[in-house]
Design a protein around this ligand. Structure first.
Ligand code: DAH
Length: 343
């Protein structure tokens, strides 16, 4: 007899602790405790075998069981209807995770970081300067005084009517800032954005990016410049690439040269990338003009150095065979998603 009571109490505990994980298990709960062949029905059936003096007590226990089961069922149904139980479901740990779309780095950033990486391996340190410049740093100290024809080489966005302030037309201005404020030896690269008042086309834009290099110490020679440019070209475009220096003119370097690399696409035989010439231009360079050093209060009889400048867009276009400069600035995701890199 006590066994019957014990069993009923055990079932009561069972009902209280039941934790169906989904709607299907709730239905199983209902069938088990409240269905037509339920555990409760079976327990009710035991009533007849009990002595009369305990029937009342047992009846009350049965009512508690039934009410508890019904209450629990209501509660569970409500919970599953409004989705509250979802948290109780055991997740499928083997299911694929949610996809969070990852951005990719802009091709100009990738190439800029590669350039920085290459030069930092041979001792160059990154520094930056302001995009709004004064006449001294952008022109005059770079040996380009007023009325000098070289000023017309670059169409400038002036910010004031007296033409004393402008958006820098090249990163060479940062050379001056560094030479004014530090003593050699100095070995820097200056990456950054520059501005020119040019009509936008596939080959020109009013804003683009350059990396400037500057190395000043005692006894720096043109041979050092050549070797540094060769190292860069081979790291960037491949070990078989050769460099060529064509005499040129920049007011702030003497002698000056334009740097070409042998075409890394056709190996110099001639193809559309090098326009059949076998060579492609990557930038300008030269030995820092003694007048520029003097402008920065450095002694040109003691120090010598070289400088170079190249367009990041140009290097990127060569590397990825991009034929329209405007693509860099339009932020078309179909274009931008094509570039992935460790950089
Ligand atoms: N500043 C030049 C330009 O924007 C590039 C350049 C040429 C930089 C020769 C240099 C250099 O440092 O030595 O066209």
């Amino acid at each position: 007899m006590q066994e019957t009571f014990d069993k009923a109490h055990a079932v009561l505990e069972e009902i209280k602790n039941a934790m169906p994980a989904n709607a299907e298990e709730v239905e199983q709960f209902r069938i088990k405790y409240l269905g037509s062949k339920s555990v409760l029905k079976e327990l009710f059936g035991c009533m007849g075998q009990l002595p009369n003096e305990r029937k009342k007590e047992y009846g009350q226990l049965m009512n508690t069981l039934k009410a508890t089961a019904e209450g629990k069922l209501e509660e569970l149904k409500a919970g599953f209807e409004n989705g509250a139980s979802a948290s109780r479901e055991i997740p499928d740990l083997s299911a694929p995770g949610y996809q969070f779309p990852m951005g990719t780095r802009h091709p100009l950033s990738i190439v800029k970081n590669q350039i920085i990486d290459i030069f930092s391996r041979i001792g160059f340190v990154v520094a930056e300067g302001p995009e709004i410049e004064d006449d001294w740093h952008n022109f005059t100290a770079l040996n380009t005084p007023k009325d000098h024809p070289a000023r017309d080489m670059q169409d400038t966005f002036f910010l004031t009517e007296d033409k004393q302030w402008m958006l820098r037309t090249h990163t060479s201005s940062v050379q001056i800032r560094k030479m004014e404020s530090e003593k050699p030896p100095m070995r820097y690269i200056f990456p950054g954005r520059v501005y020119r008042n040019e009509t936008i086309s596939a080959r020109a834009h009013c804003t683009f990016h350059q990396v400037e290099g500057l190395y000043i110490d005692e006894n720096v020679s043109f041979a050092d410049l050549k070797q540094n440019m060769l190292f860069f070209a081979q790291e960037m475009f491949g070990r078989n690439v050769e460099v060529r220096f064509r005499p040129s003119f920049f007011p702030f370097t003497e002698p000056s040269a334009e740097v070409d690399i042998s075409c890394f696409v056709c190996g110099g035989k001639g193809c559309p990338v090098c326009k059949q010439s076998g060579w492609v231009e990557i930038g300008g360079c030269g030995m820092v003009d003694p007048a520029v050093m003097e402008n920065c209060r450095l002694d040109p009889t003691k120090y010598s150095g070289f400088a170079f400048g190249m367009g990041i867009e140009r290097i990127t276009m060569l590397k990825y065979r991009i034929n329209d400069l405007r693509l860099f600035f339009e932020n078309d995701l179909r274009f931008l998603r094509q570039f992935e890199s460790a950089f």
